[in-house]
Design a protein around this ligand. Structure first.
Ligand SMILES: NC(=O)C1=CN([C@@H]2O[C@H](COP(=O)(O)OP(=O)(O)OC[C@H]3O[C@@H](n4cnc5c(N)ncnc54)[C@H](OP(=O)(O)O)[C@@H]3O)[C@@H](O)[C@H]2O)C=CC1
Ligand SMILES: CCCCCC(=O)/C=C/[C@H]1[C@H](O)CC(=O)[C@@H]1CCCCCCC(=O)O
Length: 329
């Protein structure tokens, strides 16, 4: 019999998550029935959505939500061979049982040399978010200027590089000087540290005096309220995330966006990438191709050991990650 380790939400987060909000437990797994598989998590993802979705969907004592790359270690299902790697959505667990219906194989053509953890990042849900947000929501066109915040993270770093691949000028901001240096290194035309500039308004104007056609917003709050005043006529805003607001106990107040939206005839659309599943196959294939061609660079912030899941999650929310934050079990 296998005993899985799991992390549960012990106490709903109040403000910023803290280690005592989590509890690690042991769960004995049953023996496999015909048609079932035993899997071990190899890499687990920590993502910003876990903060707002825990409040909306979870109760105390539930296993933390999340996805993993897992390896099949035992199989009583002829469709799945032992040793196969899959992407699953089974939460913060070291081991779990599946009937195979909820598993996704890694994309076709995945070379042995490529880290499998990328299926949780650049060639997974965050990469696809960048792809859908830019091409379908912003409807980015060559020659345009694209702005992205949280630019050195999992989604933002792909947004900037896809914008360059698509023939755009790209401006990004991030929360440390080393992240800004990384952005320049992966091809951003302009980048600044939003925590240290004297004025966000000035920094946005300096980076693109003519304004922005597309704004890929991962952050919301104050940054978005200022950036909206820098949009060009008929600009498009993809509302992807609002991480600056996820830990608020008291909702932030305006400024309000109607006047700049009307004057510049802007379009603003929120989206959830999973609703765009009809673009998944095409998007993942394109992302994998660009990675293999060296046109799409990646960085991962790998935290070792399952025991450090809460620390990796809290660290990501604090901005300690460069690129995609994952945990290697
Ligand atoms: N709509 C959708 O379908 C999806 C939306 N998302 C959203 O995209 C955004 C980015 O996600 P992801 O790429 O996975 O995460 P990241 O890898 O970008 O990690 C989060 C980053 O957010 C930044 N951050 C944290 N707090 C603040 C703050 N108060 N103000 C500004 N920046 C902050 C930090 O970077 P820094 O050092 O720069 O501050 C941190 O590294 C999130 O808002 C997420 O919810 C993600 C996936 C799908
Ligand atoms: C105001 C909240 C904004 C959150 C934006 C965000 O980060 C959304 C992420 C989703 C992404 O589009 C696809 C996903 O998988 C994320 C949502 C995951 C929901 C988990 C549901 C619970 C479960 O897995 O059991």
């Amino acid at each position: 019999m296998v005993t899985a380790k799991v992390w549960v939400l012990k106490k709903h987060f109040e403000g910023f998550p803290k280690p005592s909000d989590f509890e690690m437990k042991q769960v004995a797994l049953a023996n496999l029935k015909d048609g079932e598989l035993l899997l071990e998590s190899v890499f687990l993802s920590v993502d910003p959505y876990m903060r707002p979705y825990s409040k909306r969907d979870m109760k105390e004592g539930d296993v933390m939500i999340g996805t993993q790359v897992a390896r099949i270690v035992e199989s009583k299902n002829p469709a799945f061979a032992v040793g196969t790697f899959v992407v699953a959505n089974r939460g913060w667990r070291t081991h779990f049982i599946s009937d195979g219906k909820d598993l996704n194989l890694l994309p076709a053509g995945w070379p042995e040399s490529l880290p499998k953890s990328l299926a949780l990042g650049t060639v997974g849900m965050p990469g696809l978010t960048a792809y859908v947000g830019l091409f379908e929501i912003c409807k980015m066109k060559p020659g345009e200027t694209v702005l992205v915040n949280a630019a050195a993270g999992a989604v933002g770093s792909v947004v900037g590089q896809l914008a360059k691949i698509g023939g755009c000028k790209v401006v990004g901001c991030a929360g440390s000087d080393s992240k800004v240096a990384y952005l320049k290194n992966i091809g951003f035309d302009e980048a600044f540290n939003y925590k240290t500039v004297a004025s966000l308004d000035e920094a946005l104007r300096k980076a693109s005096p003519d304004g922005y056609d597309c704004f890929f917003d991962n952050v919301g709050g104050e940054f978005a309220s200022i950036a909206i005043n820098h949009m060009k006529k008929f600009g498009r805003i993809a509302v992807c995330g609002a991480i600056s607001q996820y830990n608020d106990s008291v909702p932030q107040k305006g400024p309000y966006i109607q006047i700049p939206m009307i004057f510049n005839e802007l379009s603003m659309k929120g989206f959830i990438v999973s609703s765009w599943h009809n673009h998944r196959e095409e998007g993942v294939k394109a992302l994998l191709k660009w990675v293999l061609e060296g046109k799409l660079k990646y960085h991962e912030q790998v935290t070792e050991r399952f025991e450090n899941m809460p620390a990796a999650f809290i660290g990501m929310l604090k901005g300690e990650n460069l690129g995609k934050a994952v945990v290697k079990v």
